[in-house]
Design a binder for this molecule. Structure first.
Ligand SMILES: C[S@@+](CC[C@H](N)C(=O)[O-])C[C@H]1O[C@@H](n2cnc3c(N)ncnc32)[C@H](O)[C@@H]1O
Length: 206
């Protein structure tokens, strides 16, 4: 769904924005490869394949972990109702600053923090529970304890009918999602560098 905020993209023309996004992504990947996971932003094909199966028309609060340079952030904002909010949480202040500099949309709150602090971040903004969590953070290269904590927090911040959408290069996260959600659907996005697994986890389990 197009919104009145489409015209509010800051940071120059589309090619200029793409060049600046790619440059921040490559720089951050070279600085912290295991945290960033890939030097390439998610492709439009991956973004649409992950987001299109979901009905965003009634979403009020979406949380994104690891927005990076923002390909999913922009696509979520394109789909989000005008009174929705998107809280984008990234550990790198370079990425959150890039989002603030290139997306002028009052529905977006960009926060520098670990995804494991999502509950605290939402409470600080008086927001929650969330309709959806969207993420491409590399669960396979982080310590298992950290991945488990992030997923435990995720199951708590989601509404009962909320869902977690993830794209991952490896399948490490699959059993961890299956432990915490009643339904797990998967697919592959081949038209991405590298090809990625897509996950839709519904029904957080207490
Ligand atoms: C593969 S990149 C994905 C970026 C973006 N979704 C894209 O497609 O371009 C992973 C992102 O997750 C962030 N990240 C890694 N661990 C995180 C954590 N524990 N909490 C929040 N962000 C994290 C990294 O800084 C990076 O921006």
């Amino acid at each position: 769904m197009a919104t009145q905020f489409d015209a509010a993209q800051a940071g120059g023309s589309r090619p200029a924005r793409f060049a600046s996004s790619l440059s921040v992504m490559v720089r951050e990947f070279l600085r912290k490869p295991s945290l960033v996971g890939s030097a390439f932003p998610a492709s439009r094909h991956l973004v649409d394949a992950l987001l299109d199966p979901v009905d965003w028309s009634s979403a009020r609060l979406v949380v994104e972990y690891g927005p990076g340079c923002g390909p999913l952030t922009r696509a979520i904002l394109e789909r989000l109702p005008r009174d929705g909010r998107l809280v984008a949480i990234d550990v790198s202040r370079h990425f959150t600053r890039h989002l603030r500099d290139t997306i002028a949309d009052p529905r977006l709150i960009a926060v520098t923090a670990c995804a494991g602090s999502a509950e605290t971040v939402l409470a600080r903004h008086g927001l929650g529970p969330a309709d959806a969590i969207v993420t491409g953070i590399p669960f396979s290269t982080m310590p298992r304890r950290s991945a488990a904590r992030i997923l435990d927090v995720s199951a708590r911040v989601l509404r009962d009918d909320g869902q977690l959408l993830a794209y991952q290069m490896r399948s490490t996260v699959a059993p961890m999602l299956a432990e915490r959600f009643s339904t797990l659907d998967t697919a592959m996005a081949w038209r991405n560098i590298p090809p990625c697994r897509l996950y839709w986890a519904r029904g957080p389990v207490d």
